[in-house]
Unconditional design. Structure first.
Ligand SMILES: *[C@@H]1O[C@H](CO)[C@@H](O)[C@H](O)[C@H]1NC(C)=O
Ligand SMILES: *[C@@H]1O[C@H](CO)[C@@H](O)[C@H](O)[C@H]1NC(C)=O
Length: 355
């Protein structure tokens, strides 16, 4: 055999070897796209549970939806929230409030998991009294880069929010319509992919990559189940953990499940210790918990959640979302996730409050 032929054959073998290795590593580990995410199955080892510090007064027999606010003292004045009290029943939680009865606001067992601790404390301590009109969950800062308006002001957005329209399709809706920094675009890498694990290893300060890489394990810890999120399974989700949910969707989980989820945050062997990572993982969990699960395929009784369907519901088109939630209709949009003139990602995600 000629030397050049031998070299060509060798290179060809090398090429196919590498190709098969890549295909092998990226193979769909679970061709089964149904996941047992219908129930929180985490079990705490803790013998004592936190006492209720988050009972929101006056929740019984109201026709307004609740506005559940997760704030820290640095979020400042709550006047803007009180101005919304004709539309919403306010339940304001301050995560770093002194742990005594002098606090003006409701309290949480620990300042952990960002907004998740307040949201879960509301659900646990007021489980029986969720308003018929549902509940809206937001952060305590009025101005934030992710509020979906050109001025980043959440007050007019919450005033304009069409609660019944938002709940109509799936009983849950994220308050963001623009897809930037979400995992909705098809180009966003699956959380469990090799690319993401590599990025998390090479850049441990990148909490986005680290929390994504930790997601398959976290979902398995929380929901149990045989089938783990595979390397090719992307969880598509809107960003930033501000959303609305109906009472029925809250009640599709037992109070004990919310207790277990909160314990996962509190337990030392539960959620990842880095709070940015734990908080971001929880921001992936809300829509999994609340979007109305499709009835199972005929013949199956697993109660599994079809990831493809969940993804489609979690990422509505921006133009439909703006119209449904905020009455901004007939927009001309350049892509499923962006409608020019509605929202711009601020440079370095910095937003100054104009006062
Ligand atoms: C809210 O949406 C519903 C259904 O889309 C619509 O009929 C109603 O007029 C809207 N309400 C407001 C205040 O825009
Ligand atoms: C998919 O997984 C579920 C459990 O999550 C199982 O009950 C079901 O039978 C599986 N379906 C197929 C086609 O393997």
């Amino acid at each position: 055999m000629r030397r050049s032929t031998r070299r060509a054959l060798f290179q060809l073998a090398l090429f196919f070897g590498a190709l098969f290795l890549i295909l092998f590593l990226n193979r769909s580990q679970a061709s089964n796209r149904s996941f047992a995410w219908n129930k929180i199955r985490y079990r705490t080892a803790s013998a004592t549970l936190p006492e209720a510090q988050g009972i929101c007064p006056g929740l019984t027999d109201i026709s307004k939806p609740a506005l559940v606010v997760a704030r820290v003292a640095a979020d400042g004045d709550t006047k803007w929230l009180h101005e919304l009290s004709t539309l919403y029943h306010l339940c304001i939680y301050t995560a770093d409030a002194p742990a005594d009865a002098t606090s003006l606001h409701l309290q949480v067992p620990a300042n952990r998991g960002h907004e998740a601790m307040a949201y879960l404390t509301f659900l646990i301590d007021n489980y029986e009294n969720i308003p018929t009109a549902g509940a809206v969950f937001v952060h305590g800062s009025r101005f934030a880069w992710h509020n979906d308006a050109l001025d980043y002001d959440n007050a007019p957005l919450l005033a304009a929010l069409n609660v019944s329209a938002a709940l109509a399709p799936f009983g849950y809706h994220n308050l963001r319509c623009d897809w930037s920094l979400s995992t909705c675009p098809p180009s966003y890498k699956p959380q469990g992919s090799l690319e993401m694990s590599t990025q998390a290893l090479l850049a441990p300060y990148d909490s986005r990559a680290v929390s994504d890489a930790a997601l398959p394990r976290a979902l398995a810890d929380l929901f149990g189940g045989e089938v783990k999120l595979g390397r090719t399974n992307a969880v598509r989700s809107q960003c930033c953990a501000q959303f609305i949910v109906s009472r029925d969707r809250v009640w599709q989980h037992s109070r004990e499940e919310y207790v277990a989820l909160r314990q996962w945050l509190l337990d030392s062997n539960g959620a990842p210790r880095d709070d940015r990572v734990a908080g971001r993982i929880l921001s992936y969990v809300w829509h999994i918990l609340f979007i109305k699960a499709e009835p199972d395929a005929p013949g199956s009784s697993s109660g599994g959640i079809d990831l493809e369907k969940l993804n489609a519901h979690a990422c509505p088109r921006a133009d439909q979302c703006y119209c449904r939630l905020y009455g901004r209709c007939d927009l001309s949009c350049t892509s499923p996730g962006n409608c020019p003139g509605q929202y711009i990602l601020p440079p370095k995600l910095k937003v100054e409050s104009p006062q």
